[in-house]
Design a protein around this ligand. Structure first.
Ligand code: PMP
Length: 409
């Protein structure tokens, strides 16, 4: 129940929601997804390009490990706040195997998804007023997590003319004496951009020279196409290893978005602080989910290789179909499962007597008329673009983009 605020002077009681939380915007990606799912539930033939989650089920052996774990009463209890020791060890082993980065279990905090790792990392790193450089287009959660921790996101925009990748020169122009952290994500959500090893070395060298921390989000590490030569930032820039937080999780690699297991890796003092926060906030990640994550990490990468083949095929389909629409320019993304076309050529026009000036209005129009759900670039700090996840079935992709082609023919 919500009621109108009482009239008269503001009192602590009448300020209903704190300013800190009142300023948070709802996750635009989850909102679009929820709207699409609600319309679908009403029987409308909506095709959703909104959510960033694989359409595949979690591989059987992982589910079987979870089912078994459910039957064992020891898994009906709390785990240590920072995570099961076996899972931390599995994360250490996986990090060595996949990135070549050597870490210890004391450098690992198991979180409720990569999302909570980002929140915890910024909470542990930032004091009020500390600035974080956020390359844009950015994933919608980063600025909110930074602000919640008292920090100030400073956006640096890289558009399609530079393949959505920032340069050290741009970062230098945005750096002040309050800058504490550089946020880095490759492959990127929302653009799918993948930085090459040389580009990562250049950004890392710049951050090191400036005495900054780096938060590197590696959640899409296994979804890199075309054999692009890339790597993990603290491995390519070992001088930064003591000032780097790596965020990762099982969600995208093993089709486990709903299990809510991620982690942060960082220097032990920072991880200890973040673990203390977690001990008061959530206690620990669901025990059974942690057991499932152990099975995922202990297994091989066959399932993700299979998914990657499908994503790669869908990537080519969606990009070429989008580029057939006059007014749409879609670069080929090198990783993740998002296409990020510029739709500036479609704006400033009338459609069915309705004038459309922004990508947000365009996304609404597309949902109304074509029953296709897409997240507008406004959610990622770059109006004039749309983000389409291609983690959905091939037929749905073809049908959805065909509807757009017809709508804008
Ligand atoms: N980082 C990026 C760049 C993401 O796109 C996502 C999921 N959308 C996450 C982190 C978090 O994933 P999860 O919380 O599901 O592990």
């Amino acid at each position: 129940m919500t009621s109108a605020p009482p009239s008269g002077p503001a009192t602590p009681r009448s300020r209903r929601v704190s300013q800190r939380l009142g300023a948070i915007a709802e996750s635009a990606t989850l909102k679009v997804d929820a709207k699409a799912k609600a319309l679908k539930a009403e029987g409308r033939p909506v095709i959703g390009f909104g959510a960033g989650e694989p359409d595949f089920p979690t591989p059987d052996y992982i589910v079987a490990a979870a089912v078994e774990a459910c039957g064992d009463p020891k898994n009906h209890r709390y785990t240590p706040a920072g995570g099961l020791p076996e899972l931390k060890q599995a994360i250490v082993d996986k990090t060595r195997r996949d990135s070549g980065l050597e870490v210890t279990p004391a450098q690992v905090l198991v979180t409720n998804g990569g999302k909570q790792a980002i929140y915890a990392a910024f909470a542990a790193m930032l004091d009020p007023g500390d600035e974080v450089i956020v390359p844009a287009p950015y994933w919608t959660t980063y600025p909110e997590a930074i602000r919640l921790a008292g920090g100030v996101p400073v956006e640096v925009l890289a558009d399609e003319t530079q393949d959505y990748k920032v340069t050290p020169q741009q970062l230098e122009a945005a750096c002040t004496e309050r800058t504490k952290v550089l946020l880095f994500v490759s492959p990127s959500n929302p653009t799918g951009a993948v930085y090459t090893a040389d580009e990562i070395r250049a950004l890392g060298a710049w951050a090191h020279e400036r005495g900054l921390w780096v938060l590197t989000d590696e959640i899409y590490e296994h979804l890199v196409y075309d054999d692009i030569e890339t790597g993990s930032l603290p491995v390519l820039c070992p001088e930064l290893a003591d000032y780097t937080v790596v965020v990762n999780g099982v969600a995208k690699t093993y089709a486990m978005t709903g299990w809510r297991v991620g982690w942060m890796i960082g220097p032990t003092d920072l991880v200890k602080a973040a673990t203390n926060l977690q001990s008061h906030a959530t206690s620990n990640v669901a025990n059974v989910s942690q057991r499932a994550a152990i099975a995922a990490l202990a297994g091989d990468l066959t399932a993700v290789a299979r998914m990657k083949t499908a994503f790669d095929r869908r990537r080519r389909t969606i990009v070429s179909m989008l580029n057939e629409i006059d007014g749409v320019v879609c670069p080929m993304p090198g990783g993740a499962f998002y296409a990020y076309p510029s739709v500036k050529g479609l704006l400033g026009k009338e459609y069915d007597g309705r004038r459309i000036d922004t990508s947000a209005e365009l996304a609404e129009y597309i949902l109304d008329k074509a029953e296709v759900a897409i997240v507008p670039g406004e959610a990622f700090g770059s109006p004039g673009y749309l983000r389409l996840s291609y983690a959905l079935g091939d037929d749905d992709i073809t049908e959805g983009i065909t509807r757009l082609q017809k709508l804008f023919a």
